[in-house]
Each structure stands twice: as structure tokens, then as C-alpha cells.
Design a protein around this ligand. Structure first.
Ligand code: TMP
Length: 215
């Protein structure tokens, strides 16, 4: 596999989607071919699954059903988009991936992590990001930020924003544990920094990776 796979993670309102977009624009300005995608989503089937996952249900989805839907969307994304793009040598920027499942369905919902890790590896066919930017933020601040932008109202994607603060605190702690376990892959960034400062740190890191891969 010749490409570069970069993911963005963080709690709601952490600004990861903005950084994802800004990095894509910077790479495109530098003349690089970039694939910009997201999870759940990125394929027609994945976007349909996204709708099921992010709109509220009564009664709500069970944790296991939720998990399998995320993994179904991921399996399709890996086969249809990610693996072929990486095999072609493209740079792929993905808004969330396996770490989100471990943090949300594992630490958040309480599904057992060792089992989850095996299922995630299977669904992603062993694909792991080369670099993950974790935008770390107090969920109380993040949820407030998420609620003041109105895109979620337009899309109706409010299922996780309706979760309690302790849920989002467990997700944050789960992400930080993952970063602690894999410091070489996951870069933790303070999402309270100004957008431009975050962008500069991310850009510098990505340039170093690209220069390193040329040597
Ligand atoms: P987004 O709002 O960043 O697009 O992400 C959609 C929501 O889905 C977000 O609340 C996190 C959640 N999520 C999971 O719970 N598990 C996963 O595996 C993924 C990819 C996202």
C-alpha cells in the first residue's frame, strides 16, 4: 500500500471537521491528490446507514445493533473507497474511523474493548491509519459549540448530541486512553487552541510525514 491514511477524531464540537477540511485544502494547494471522506458514510450504503445511526429512534437502537451498523458502513467504505485509493498511492483524509468505535461504543456505551478491537480489525480488514489527529476538548464546551451551530438541526443528526455529559466524558477518556496506548500514531491536540494554530501544527506534522516517505 503506497498511500497515506490520516484520520481526525474528537468529541462533538471539537472542530475536527474544520481541521479535516483545512488540511485537504492545504494539500490540494500543494498539488497533492486527496480523497476526503467520513464515517459513518463515504459510500452510498454508508450514507444510508449514517441516517439510521444519527437520527433518534423510539425505542432507541441497542448498543450491539448500533455497533454492527457502524462496522457495516466501515467494511463497505474500506472495500469500496479506502483500500483502492491507498493502493493507488492517494492521500486519504477521513473524518473518524475505528478509534471512534472504540471510544463511543467501547468507553461510551460500555461494550467490552478486547472483543470490540477484534470486531473492528475484522470489519476494517486490518486497515489502520498512519496518523490520527485527536482534537481533545472538554465535552461540556464541545456540546455547547455543537448546539450553537445549526447544521445538526438541518441534518437532523442529533442522536449523540442527546446523550448525557457523563457519556461524552467517558468517550473523551476513552480517546485519551487510546492515545496513551499508541503515542506514535495518535497526536493529541488541544482543541481549545485557535483554528489557525491547530491548522499550522497539523500541516507541519503532515509535511514531515510526506518528506519522510520520500526518503
Ligand atoms: P460526526 O458528527 O463526527 O460526523 O460523527 C457522527 C457521530 O457518530 C458522532 O456522534 C460519533 C458517532 N460515531 C460512533 O459512535 N461510532 C463510530 O464508529 C463512528 C465512526 C462515529
Amino acid at each position: 500500500m503506497g498511500g497515506l491514511f490520516i484520520t481526525f477524531e474528537g468529541v462533538e464540537g471539537s472542530g475536527k471537521t474544520t481541521q479535516h477540511r483545512l488540511l485537504a485544502e492545504a494539500l490540494q494547494r500543494a498539488g497533492r491528490a486527496v480523497i476526503v471522506t467520513r464515517e459513518p458514510g463515504g459510500t452510498a450504503a454508508g450514507e444510508a446507514i449514517r441516517k439510521i445511526l444519527l437520527t433518534p429512534h423510539d425505542p432507541d437502537l441497542s448498543s450491539r445493533a448500533e455497533l454492527l451498523l457502524y462496522l457495516a458502513a466501515r467494511a463497505q467504505h474500506v472495500t469500496e473507497i479506502l483500500r483502492p485509493a491507498l493502493d493507488r498511492g492517494a492521500i486519504v483524509l477521513c473524518d473518524r474511523f475505528t478509534d471512534a468505535t472504540l471510544a463511543y461504543q467501547g468507553s461510551g456505551r460500555g461494550l467490552p474493548l478486547p472483543e470490540l478491537e477484534r470486531l473492528c480489525a475484522w470489519a476494517a480488514d486490518g486497515l489502520t491509519p498512519h496518523r490520527t489527529f485527536l482534537l481533545d476538548l472538554d465535552p461540556a464546551v464541545g456540546l455547547q459549540r455543537a448546539q450553537t451551530r445549526n447544521s445538526h438541526l438541518v441534518s437532523g443528526e442529533i442522536r449523540f448530541e442527546l446523550e448525557t455529559l457523563p457519556f461524552h466524558q467517558r468517550v473523551r477518556a476513552g480517546y485519551l486512553d487510546l492515545a496513551h496506548r499508541e503515542p506514535g500514531r495518535i497526536r493529541v491536540l488541544d482543541a481549545a487552541w485557535p483554528v489557525e494554530k491547530l491548522q499550522a501544527v497539523i500541516w507541519e506534522d503532515v509535511q514531515e510525514i510526506l518528506e519522510g516517505s520520500r526518503e
